[in-house]
Every structure is written in C-alpha cells, then in structure tokens.
Design a binder for this molecule. Structure first.
Ligand code: ADP
Ligand code: 5GP
Length: 215
C-alpha cells in the first residue's frame, strides 16, 4: 500500500554501465512493492531476456522524437548511440499517489530532473565500481553484449564516472548485499525528511490544540 501521508520521492540511480545499478534496482523493487520503476523508452534493440514494457519501451527513432516534441518526456538523452528517455505520465501519477519512483538513468537525465520543478523531491545516488578492472569483468560476465559494445561502454565509463559529485550519495558497489543494505538505509531516511511528509503540519496542529486544551 502506498503511504498517502507522504510525498513520493524520485530515486535516481546512475553508474557507469556494468557497475550494478540494474541489479540493485531489481533488488529494491523486490524489497518494496510500493516502489514504481520508471520504464524508460529507448531506441536500442532489446537484449535477450528483456521484455517490452517491463525493462524498456522499445520504440523507433521517429516514435521517440514524437514523445520528446510533444512534451511527454521528463528527461531524455543520447547514450551509446541510442536515445533513452523517461516518460512523464507514470512518474506524475505515482508521485501524486505518494509512491516513490525508481530511475535507472545516466548523468544527463539525472541533471535534467535535478533542474526540474520536481527537484525538491529527488534522491540521487551514484554507484561506483570497486575498480575499472572489475567493471570490465562484470560487463563481460553479464554476457549480454558483444565485444564491440563492451568496448564502447568501457570507453564511455569515465565520462559517466566523472559526474559522480553531482549526486546526493555515492556508494562503491563492492559487496552486492552491503550496497543493497546501504541503499535501503538511505531511502528509509530520505522518506522521513520534512519535505516528504506534508501531513506533518496537520499532526503538529493537533498536538498544538491538545497542548492548548491541557488543564
Ligand atoms: P548496470 O545496470 O550498472 O549496467 P548490472 O546490474 O547489469 O549493471 O550488473 C553488471 C553485472 O555485474 C551483472 O552480471 C551483475 O550480476 C554483476 N554485479 C552487480 N553487482 C555486483 C557485485 N557487487 N559484485 C559482483 N558482481 C556484481
Ligand atoms: P542500457 O543500454 O545498459 O540499458 O543503458 C545504458 C545507459 O542508459 C545506462 O547508463 C542507463 O542508466 C541509461 N538510461 C537508461 N534509461 C534512460 C533514460 O530514460 N534516460 C537517461 N538519461 N538514461 C537512461
């Protein structure tokens, strides 16, 4: 059940490709079924096992451009030769219902959301790999990209890493369970921020009237 007494957070996870953000996002979704995952639209082809509408909305370039020009994208970017963007509709719906939305997006998208009207409700987290050697090993072990795609992602990894300090929190994903536990701690704490709890004002007013009625 979403908690209608609080505002939804926009939880942004970014990292260089292969550092583990999709794995962490999956674990967070299993942990809390009130979280909504922002399913991005992309022009990149689906990887084996990826489901249209669940992992991404796989669309062509003209469909993507139409979503952008009609103002239906909260943010969008060109990454590794393909277009990616977060459709606005499901995000607004979830936030208004007090549900947090999880984004797996790059630094360009994170910056756009951080500059939007939704900025006060953004929680941004950057995931770093323990080493570049380990980053490559994870991309190879994932076994979903060819050598040329892996090389392209490795070349771009420094560009992504160089934006680490634009985020609220930075985690080094060495041990997966430990990183997951830290993420949950951060989310639980951020949910308690005064700006996320509009119902606090009513509660304080009730406390005040009880206080004034005291004999
Ligand atoms: P990203 O979404 O950042 O591109 P993934 O979540 O797909 O990365 O992770 C890349 C690979 O690394 C996957 O095979 C995943 O199982 C593995 N992985 C993720 N985190 C860790 C970790 N802490 N230790 C070892 N392997 C990991
Ligand atoms: P992948 O092709 O590995 O799924 O994603 C490649 C990169 O694009 C990752 O850094 C991922 O976070 C980013 N990405 C995925 N969806 C979006 C999106 O909607 N907007 C932006 N800006 N980046 C995205």
């Amino acid at each position: 059940m979403p908690d209608s007494t609080r505002r939804g957070l926009l939880i942004i996870l970014s990292s260089p490709s292969g550092a583990g953000k999709s794995t962490l996002a999956r674990r967070l979704m299993e942990w809390d079924d009130t979280l909504s995952f922002s399913v991005s639209a992309t022009t990149r082809p689906a990887r084996p096992g990826e489901v249209d509408g669940k992992h991404y909305h796989f669309i062509d370039e003209s469909g993507f451009k139409l979503l952008v020009t009609s103002g239906q994208m909260l943010e969008h970017a060109h990454v590794f030769g393909n277009f990616y963007g977060s459709p606005m509709g499901p995000v607004s719906e979830a936030i208004e219902a007090g549900r947090d939305v999880l984004f797996d997006i790059d630094w360009q998208g994170a910056q756009q959301i951080q500059k939007s009207v939704l900025a006060p409700h953004v929680l941004s987290i950057f995931i770093l790999p323990p080493s570049i050697h380990e980053l490559r090993r994870r991309l190879e072990n994932r076994g979903q990209d060819g050598e040329d795609v892996i090389a392209k992602r490795m070349l771009k990894s420094w560009d992504e890493i160089s934006h680490w300090d634009g985020y609220d929190y930075v985690l080094i994903n060495e041990d997966l369970d430990a990183t997951e536990a830290r993420l949950k701690t951060i989310i639980e704490a951020e949910r308690m921020k005064a700006a996320q709890q509009p119902a606090l004002m009513d509660h304080v007013r009730r406390l005040q009237s009880e206080f004034e009625d005291m004999p």
